[in-house]
Each structure stands twice: as C-alpha cells, then as structure tokens.
Ligand binder design. Structure first.
Ligand code: ADP
Ligand code: MG
Length: 258
C-alpha cells in the first residue's frame, strides 16, 4: 500500500514545489517508487521546473473524468514518476477543486510513496490535499510572517486527521533576522526535521529542468534534501562527494541540454 505525503504551507513561494521535486528525486535514488504529483491546481509550477514535458493527460483531465490516472503518469528524464496539472487558464477555470481529494486517492497502490505538491493558506485546495494525505510536511521560510501562517495550516492538517511529519525550513540564510529553529518549534508545536539552505543551484536547476538532487547532488540544498529523504525512510545519510569522472559525465549531459 502506498503512503501519501502532502507538502503544504501557510504562505506561497516558500519552497513547496522545490521540496517535492528534490525530496521525490532523492527518495527515488534511495530505491523507493515515488510519484510526485502537482496538486496545486490554481498555481501549477512543477512542470515549469521539470521542463514542461508533453503529457497525454493532466491531473485536471483525471478530475474532469476525461482520462485515467495511468494516462496522466509520465516518467521524467531524471527517473522520477510524475503527474502534472494543466497550466491552461481554461482547464484551471473548469476544474472542480472539491474533487481533488477523491481523485488523488486514486493514486493509492501506484508506487510506495506519493508526494503531493500542495497549496498554501486556508483554501479548499489545501484542505483537499490534506484530506488525500496520510501525512503532511509543512514548509516555511524562517521568518515570523511565514511561521505565523504555518500555525494555521497545521490546524487544517489536525482538523482533517493528517499526521504532521514535521516542519521543513527552506531558503535559510543563517542571518541574524531569521527565526531560530527552537523558536519555530515552540510556535508550531512541531519538530523541525530539515533546514534547507538558500542555494543558488536551486535556481540553476530550474534552468536545467532537473532536480538538484540529480543534477547538482553535492550542492548544500541537495545534500539536505537527501538527508530529509533518509530521515523519512528511517535511514541516516552520510554524504560522499561524487568522483570527478561521474561529475564530468553528468555535466556533459546537462551541458548538452542548454
Ligand atoms: N533552497 C533554495 N535556495 C534558493 N532558492 C530557492 C530554494 N528553495 C526554493 N527556492 C526558490 O524560491 C522560489 C519559490 O519556490 P517554490 O518551490 O516554487 O515555492 P512554492 O511551491 O512554495 O510556491 C523559486 O524561485 C525557487 O527556485
Ligand atoms: Mg509551488
């Protein structure tokens, strides 16, 4: 039976999609059958980060009953199994978000971990993602406004019976004005299970259309996403820098993509 993990936040733009792609890719590299699904119907970005592959069906088509979930599953070149949402204005307008949870539940049985790129705030989209998730990861940046909004998002998860796995802090710059892990844990009443640093490679990866855990595996954010993946599957990850030869092969593949 597969486990579904929703990735949600209080605010938008805090790193949910980045987390889903890189955590998914890391779990995949650790031998798990992962499917990442873009369930952020109103703001679908996962495709943009992964090169907008041509797909036979989108999650919207499945919600509308036009296609099946199998039709919508597509393998990214990084080896990650994906389901994308439509970026078309018409499709977004015609998609009944209230059918999201029941549609996402159709993914049970495909793969062993389903990572759901969710929405932010107290919206129907967030509630639907929570309803479809066994567990949730709550993503926040280390600032007071984002953490304040996170507290309300956690309440949504609690109301709908999803287990909160923990808080993932992203884009941490280790600067004085940032909130400390201890304070974030006190405010949210949950454990911070990962701190992903601000990393230029994340922006570069958006250009190469690959997860950084795949294309820049030694970058600080990639290493911490791999540690988070290991934590979630009950393992410990010790990072070893890839050999020069492996690095060269990968950079020539990526070089060819530009
Ligand atoms: N660790 C990081 N370092 C640098 N930039 C990041 C990092 N994580 C996310 N970003 C950038 O922040 C922006 C928002 O990230 P995204 O994952 O799209 O957030 P969300 O899905 O919550 O809206 C993007 O431009 C992304 O490239
Ligand atoms: Mg997003």
């Amino acid at each position: 039976m597969s486990k579904s993990i929703g990735v949600i936040s209080g605010k938008g733009g805090v790193g949910k999609t980045t987390t889903v792609i890189n955590l998914g890719s890391a779990l995949n590299q650790f031998g798990h059958e992962v499917i990442v699904v873009d369930a952020n119907i109103s703001s679908p970005n996962m495709g943009t980060y992964l090169g907008n592959p041509i797909v036979a069906a989108t999650l919207n088509d499945v919600i509308m009953g036009k296609k099946t979930m199998q039709d919508a599953m597509v393998m990214h070149q990084s080896g990650l199994r994906t389901v994308f949402s439509s970026i078309s204005f018409e499709d977004i307008k015609n998609t009944d978000v209230k059918k999201l949870a029941e549609t996402l539940k159709q993914m049970k049985g495909f793969g062993d971990i389903i990572l759901i790129d969710g929405s932010s705030g107290q919206t129907d989209e967030t509630i639907e993602v929570v309803k479809a998730s066994d567990e949730v990861l709550v993503v926040t940046t280390p600032d007071l406004t984002s953490v304040t909004d996170t507290v309300r998002t956690i309440k949504i998860a609690n109301e709908h019976g999803a287990n909160v796995l923990g808080i993932v802090i992203t884009m941490a710059k280790n600067q004085l004005h940032e909130m400390q892990v201890k304070n974030i844990e006190e405010m949210t009443n949950h454990k911070v299970i990962s701190v992903i640093p601000e990393d230029e490679m994340v922006k570069l990866a958006a250009k190469t259309k690959y997860p950084i855990t795949y294309s820049y595996p030694d970058s600080p954010a990639a290493v911490n996403y791999k540690k988070l993946a290991a934590y979630l599957i009950g393992q410990k990850y010790e990072h070893e820098v890839a050999s020069k030869e492996e690095g060269n092969i990968l950079s020539s593949i990526l070089g060819g993509l530009k």
